[in-house]
Structures are given as structure tokens and as C-alpha cells.
Design a protein around this ligand. Sequence first.
Ligand code: GTP
Ligand code: MG
Length: 200
Amino acid sequence: PTKAVQVKLVLLGEAAVGKSSLVIRFVNRDFQENREPTIGGDVPLTLVHLVICDAAAFLTQKCNVDDRSIKFEIWDTAGQERFHSLAPMYYRNAQAAVVVYDVTKAASLDKAKSWVKELQRQANPNIVIALVGNKLDLVQQAEEEDEDAEEGTSTVRQVPQEEAAAYAQESGLLFFETSARTGDGVDQVFSDIAKSIPLE
Ligand code: GTP
Ligand code: MG
């Protein structure tokens, strides 16, 4: 068996869009209804705080696609704005980035777009970027409850799929919609990224 290729991957996106939940789903096949933020509470952002609690969680997961074995080294960053300035530590040298928004929250797509811009300016020029609209289960649930509504007219959805897909295409990003809650689409994100990583 060939040795696994290591791929450094960073997750970015507004607080509470489900970054940690996506990683936990991918790595542990699990979901928690009320997750703690990746670093939360009212602790002031001091040097001591930085030293004691890192502004990101680190996990690894292996993934076999085609004939390749890939070991993802995943940095799951904290979405709170006060941690923004630490992000370059995590995306520097990353070969892949997953930029997450919440399909039920339009403002989270704006934040995702600003992350994409920052990555395209500052990160490794060969970085593979995936745009991921999470919490799709909330849209599906609302559509089931409102049987009379036409498909795609759910009031819960704030980001139309076509709009995000068009933006992703013009920006050269992979695009997915997922639910960390049900697991829908989650493995696809990581396996498509694995296929897109350029071979050394
Ligand atoms: P920060 O660490 O603060 O940046 O947040 P995060 O992006 O890591 O979000 P997290 O995974 O902690 O999820 C925030 C909340 O949304 C939690 O209560 C999750 O249970 C919930 N959540 C995450 N993903 C989904 C999903 O796909 N569907 C639904 N319904 N809820 C979700
Ligand atoms: Mg988190």
C-alpha cells in the first residue's frame, strides 16, 4: 500500500454556520444538537487566552479516492469575529479550504465571500476552495411542513442554490449543499476535494 498524501485543510466561515459539526460528521459520523462554539464564553482575547486555548481545533481523517490515499489534517477555526486576525496562521500553506455558510442566513454568504477573497489574495495560489451551504435539513423540513408551497419557495431558505452555485462557478470554487445534521452531502465535500488536489 502506498503512503497517504497529507493534505492540510482549513475550515472558515461565520460563527454557528456548522463548521465543527461538518468536521465531526465527517470524522466521527456523529452530530450534536447544541454544540459549544469553537472557543466561546466571555473570556477576553488576551495573550494568556491565546496561549491556553488555540483559536482552532485540529483533527485528522483518512480518505481513499481513486487510487489515492489522502490524510486530511483539518484545522477547524473559530468563527467569532475577534478571532479573524488569527486565520492566516491556519490557512497559510493549506492545500484546501472549506468556506461554510448557512443556507438559512443570507449574511453568512456575504461573510463566506469575504473569506474567499482573502484566500484568493493571501493563501497558496493552488489552494482548492470549496463553498459549502450547510443546514439544508432546515429547508427540507420547512418544505415538508408546508405541503402547498411550490418546490424551492421555502421561506426558510435565504440563499437560493442557483445564486450560490453561479457565484462559485465564476470564482472557480467547488460547490456543495450539506446537512451536518443528517449527513447529506458531507462525504462528497471531502472526496471531491481529495480528487481536486493537484498531484505533486
Ligand atoms: P463556531 O465554532 O462558533 O465558529 O461555530 P461553527 O461554525 O463551528 O458551528 P457549530 O458546528 O458549532 O454549529 C452551530 C449550531 O448549529 C449548533 O447548535 C449545531 O448543532 C447547529 N448545526 C450545525 N450544523 C447543522 C445542520 O446541518 N443542521 C442543523 N439543523 N443544525 C446544525
Ligand atoms: Mg466551531
